[in-house]
Design a binder for this molecule. Structure first.
Ligand code: 5HM
Length: 320
């Protein structure tokens, strides 16, 4: 039997995912630990801008944004992504992640699949061939770091860009918030690149599961209750081709990550949408120098990100 769960915001969707898994999930015992599982689940987010949890406990903005930058860099270097998501270290072989999405998405010299998808949609807006393939036939010969995402299909219909993602396996607590963030950001990047509005986001999962080890954290998240829908949507990306601004963000991200925290001064960050994303990463870098954070919060173009900057003052900064 298959299940469809639809919501306008990520928190609403996540609550129904956890409700469903806890009420109806089947017990499985894979090598990564016992879990509750539901198979063939379609998750639909009607507003892909509402891609971030506004909760205190599932607010993964830094790790999700950091992982997105790692994808956009086209990198397979574990040291880069482990700065944001330390769990990746378990998957690496000699410092490299063989299943990394970045090289598969962006290749080198503009040869990547995402670029080709944009070209296809510009030439043939009704195309059904704008598909990025992440899971590869060669992945069947490895047990470690096998991509969980199979395909991303972009469909341009009535001026709106829909994205349909197929995942073979998705960890509802750690993986899902990151995957949904990154993929809806790709959706918006492609939409801006072809001059389209955002359509719905559909996320189809073969095995959606909740590990027993995350159950206490999930219960705490569920106890936090519900969040105001009116404040759930991220600001929209500015109109026009986004890729020059992405390069500026990637340069800033690299500088922030590689400068020792005690020497980092958060200077020269851009203003506006892309600058705000860099400022969230800068606040994470400066989490142990909390006296620097109010100035960063005050310089944000959009106070949507204010909670993610000022939370660092209280949390001391766990990424996940
Ligand atoms: O045994 P398997 O290869 O499916 O284990 C990978 C674990 O990482 C699963 O719990 C999977 O759902 C999770 N995962 C995820 O949720 C992994 C990746 C990396 O591709 C991901 N989302 N993007």
């Amino acid at each position: 039997m298959s299940t469809t769960l639809e919501a306008d915001t990520f928190d609403d969707l996540l609550h129904s995912v956890f409700d469903r898994l806890i009420a109806d999930g089947q017990r499985i015992v894979p090598t990564r630990g016992p879990a509750l599982e539901e198979t063939a689940v379609l998750l639909r987010l009607t507003d892909p801008l509402a891609r971030l949890s506004r909760s205190a406990r599932r607010s993964t903005v830094v790790s999700a944004l950091g992982e997105l930058c790692w994808y956009l860099h086209g990198s397979d270097d574990v040291a880069h992504v482990a700065y944001y998501v330390p769990q990746y270290r378990r998957e690496a072989i000699d410092g490299q992640l063989l299943g990394a999405y970045g090289p598969r998405l962006f290749g080198s010299g503009g040869s990547g699949q995402l670029n080709r998808v944009i070209e296809i949609l510009k030439r043939r807006p009704d195309s059904r061939q704008a598909v990025v393939q992440l899971f590869d036939a060669d992945d069947l010969s490895r047990a470690k770091d096998v991509p969980c995402t199979c395909t991303l299909q972009f469909l341009l219909r009535e001026g709106r860009l829909e994205l349909i993602v197929h995942m073979r396996s998705n960890d509802a607590f750690l993986g899902l918030p990151h995957d949904l963030f990154a993929f809806t950001m790709f959706q918006e990047l492609v939409a801006r690149s072809v001059g389209a509005k955002l359509g719905a986001y559909s996320h189809f999962v073969g095995s959606l599961h909740l590990y027993d080890e995350h159950r206490a954290a999930v219960d705490a998240y569920r106890d936090e209750g519900w969040f105001a829908q009116s404040t759930a949507a991220m600001p929209p990306m500015p109109a026009g081709d986004p890729w020059a601004a992405v390069e500026v963000l990637l340069d800033a991200e690299q500088r922030i990550r590689l400068t020792p925290a005690e020497e980092y001064e958060a200077e020269g960050l851009a203003d506006g949408y892309w600058g705000d994303l860099a400022k969230v990463l800068a606040a994470f870098r400066l989490r142990r120098r909390p006296e620097r954070l109010p100035a960063i919060a005050a310089s944000l173009a959009n106070q949507f990100y204010g909670i993610y900057v000022t939370d660092r003052i209280h949390a001391g900064g766990a990424a996940l």
